[in-house]
Each structure stands twice: as C-alpha cells, then as structure tokens.
Write a protein that binds this ligand. Structure first.
Ligand code: GRF
Length: 221
C-alpha cells in the first residue's frame, strides 16, 4: 500500500500507460501527495497503469466502457465504485472517456484532470500538433477541476514548454510529459491539504480566486 503522511484518500482513473499515475504513486510514497492512493480504476482491462498500481500494492478495478449501452450507465457504475472508497480526490490521469453530468455532478469539486495544452487553448485531442500548426511559441500542460464541460473546468496550475524550431508533436509531448509528472502531484497536494477548492465554478487557492490560466508553475515552485 502506498504510504503518505496525511489522511487524504485519492482515486486515480486511467486508460493507458499510467506515467502520471506513476508520478502520483511516487509522490505518495515520498509522503508528498498529502494522501494515499486507495484505488486505480481503468476503463481498459489492458491499461499498463494497472500493472504499475498492482506493483505498488494499490487496489485496482476495471470498468470496461464497452459493456455499457450509454455513457450515463457507465458513469453511474464509476460513481458507485468510487463511492466505495470514499475519495477526497479523484485524479483523471490519461482517462480517455467523455464524462456526463452523472459523474461530474456526483463528484463536483473533487475531480482534477491533467490536459496537455495551455488551456483554454486546445481542449480535446492532438493538442501538441495543433499548437505546432498554429505557430505557437509555447505548448504545455494544465491541471484543472473537472466540470460538465470537456477540458473546460477552471485551471489551477499550468506549465509552459517552449516549442522549438522543427519540433514534432512527439518530441514536444515528451518534453511536456516530464513537466506533467512534476505538476500533477503538487496540484493534488494543494487540494488534499484543503488549500485548493472549487467554489461556484471558480478555483480558489488559499482563498484567492485564481486567474483563468491558474497558477503558473514558475510561481508555484
Ligand atoms: C498525458 O499526456 C495526459 O496529459 C493526458 O493523457 C496522457 C496520459 O499519459 N491527459 P499517461 O497515461 O499518464 O502516461
């Protein structure tokens, strides 16, 4: 079982390789997450992150979306499974399903997502390619609270990564991923410590309303 110094209970939802999950596990094991990861839940039975969780002694679950007729019934089962663990925080970490209000309303204010763009720019997929194609100087990553709007909830923490001449989406993604692993545990810890919260659709850190792009990673360090 992952260990930590605080009492926060964290569930992590994944669909794939789980490198952000790995960063969250490592932070928890160092006592820097503000809580313990009590469940890793995947919608894909073959997600690599499940193996990482098992190796760390963390309980896992699979709820395969292909067994459901509607997004709502899938989301209802996710909510029910998560409720069994009574989480203080649910981290979406490469969880590739669009969530309905069945999920977002039930867990409002308790769900963070990591998205590989400088939100509000480039919600959705292919973020790095879109930033390169647009001639942007920076790509990056955002941590935001999850609301009913896809990749649209209030941003809490954001890190920029310079786009280099001749960059490819793959190369940029690799550099952004390194930063992803640094920033997600920090935002999770803020939430678990009670410093960060969602209030009336707005994100507050230490009772201060955050700007639309959240705290910059430079300022957070
Ligand atoms: C990351 O790039 C994350 O920002 C995005 O999905 C990817 C997941 O990667 N939401 P991993 O499974 O954490 O390695």
């Amino acid at each position: 079982m992952a260990t930590g110094t605080a009492q926060g209970r964290v569930a992590v939802l994944i669909s794939g390789r789980g490198s952000n999950l790995s960063a969250l596990i490592a932070a928890s094991q160092r006592g820097e997450l503000g809580g313990d990861i009590v469940l890793v839940l995947s919608n894909k039975p073959d997600a690599g992150g499940l193996t990482l969780a098992e190796a760390a002694g963390i309980p896992t679950a699979v709820i395969d979306h292909r067994s459901y007729q509607t997004r709502e019934t899938f989301d209802a089962d996710l909510v029910a499974r998560l409720a069994e663990t009574n989480p203080d925080l649910v981290c979406l970490a490469g969880f590739m399903r669009i969530l309905t209000p069945v999920f977002t309303d039930a867990l409002a204010g308790k769900v963070l997502n990591i998205h590989p763009s400088l939100l509000p720019a480039y919600p959705g997929l292919h973020t790095h390619q879109r930033a390169i194609d647009a001639g942007d100087r920076y790509g990056g990553v955002s941590i935001h609270y999850v609301t009913g709007e896809l990749d649209g909830g209030p941003v809490v923490l954001q890190a920029k990564v310079a786009i280099e001449p001749g960059d490819t989406a793959e190369r940029l993604a690799k550099r952004v991923l390194v930063v992803e692993h640094d920033i997600y545990p920090v935002a999770a810890r803020w939430h678990l410590e009670g410093r960060l919260r969602l209030d009336n659709g707005r994100a507050l850190l230490d009772d201060q309303l955050l700007p639309a792009t959240g705290v910059t990673w430079e300022a957070a360090q």
